[in-house]
Design a protein around this ligand. Structure first.
Ligand code: HEM
Ligand code: HEM
Length: 230
């Protein structure tokens, strides 16, 4: 049933959780881990770019892109541009974030791609790129014929949510990897820092949950959100 407010309350909670998660990952990487740098003799600073860009750049911006259709009271055409632009920025920041993890490994003589986290990470970023290209070609330019667009939209939504949930799971594995894997500077499992990392992961899960909840909830009644106008 569509109500006057629809999914809007969920979008508000999502924004608040996004601010909390972004703040927590920055406090962790800057206050506890010494800051961020692309070039440094202290290689940990290069690594720190990875969680910050993956969480704020990829997960949070990607989530905001998904809920843009429900969160912003603008025309469908404008929302479409916001949706695809935010997803594009998320994709680019995700690629830069992964590059930082490789750079850290290479400059610290640590092997690449040995963990489940890293395998899923490569899968997620590739699927996200494919989803973006298909979305762009089908719904924006040159755009498929109306009948195929309508038929493919539910698949776009389903696959988009699948990739997004996989990205969330990958990020959670990443937090765990950092807490437990000593070769890459694993943290002590007890104490304030470990507490902060665990809570950042919990807030990330809640954020992702509200993004999915928003996507599956009906748009507000006054919106022009309908499959006939894709
Ligand atoms: C969806 C988001 C994420 C993706 C797609 C992703 C992807 C990747 C990839 C592809 C690597 C391999 C780099 C290499 O082999 O040189 C990696 C490494 C790593 N990532 Fe992430 N990451 C994400 C989020 C996070 C987060 C939030 C953390 C939290 C600290 C994290 C921690 C790590 C650690 C510790 C490594 C080095 C160990 C390893 O290769 O498993 N990642 N990540
Ligand atoms: C990796 C990139 C992308 C992901 C993960 C993604 C994901 C999603 C999701 C989950 C929804 C459902 C939102 C909701 O029901 O509230 C959606 C809707 C939509 N997306 Fe994407 N999307 C991506 C890229 C694109 C691109 C590049 C376009 C091109 C314009 C696009 C066009 C659309 C359209 C037209 C809708 C339908 C909105 C409606 O039902 O009115 N998407 N997308």
């Amino acid at each position: 049933m569509r109500t006057r407010v629809g999914a809007v309350p969920f979008t508000v909670v999502s924004h608040l959780l996004a601010i909390a998660a972004a703040f927590m990952v920055l406090v962790w990487c800057i206050h506890f881990r010494g800051g961020l740098a692309f070039e440094s003799t202290n290689k940990s600073l290069i690594f720190n770019i990875h969680p910050v860009l993956m969480l704020i750049g990829f997960i949070i911006l990607g989530g905001e892109a998904i809920i843009s259709y429900k969160a912003i009271p603008l025309s469908k055409e404008v929302k479409k541009v916001i949706h695809l632009t935010l997803h594009f920025i998320a994709l680019i920041l995700g690629i830069v974030g992964i590059y930082a993890a490789f750079k850290f490994h290479n400059e610290s003589s640590i092997a690449n791609l040995y963990s489940l986290h890293s395998w899923l990470g490569i899968g997620v970023i590739c699927l996200y790129g494919i989803q973006w290209i298909f979305g762009f070609l089908m719904f924006f330019y040159p755009s498929g014929v109306a009948a195929i667009r309508v038929q493919s939209l539910p698949w776009h939504v389903l696959f988009g949510l699948f990739v997004y949930i996989l990205a969330l799971a990958t990020a959670i594995l990443g937090f765990m990897e950092k807490l437990t894997f000593l070769e890459t500077g694993g943290l002590a499992k007890y104490g304030t820092e470990a507490f902060l990392v665990n809570f950042t992961a919990i807030i990330t899960i809640l954020f992702g949950g509200f993004i999915v909840l928003t996507a599956v909830s009906p748009a507000p009644v006054e919106d022009d959100f309908s499959y006939s106008r894709i």
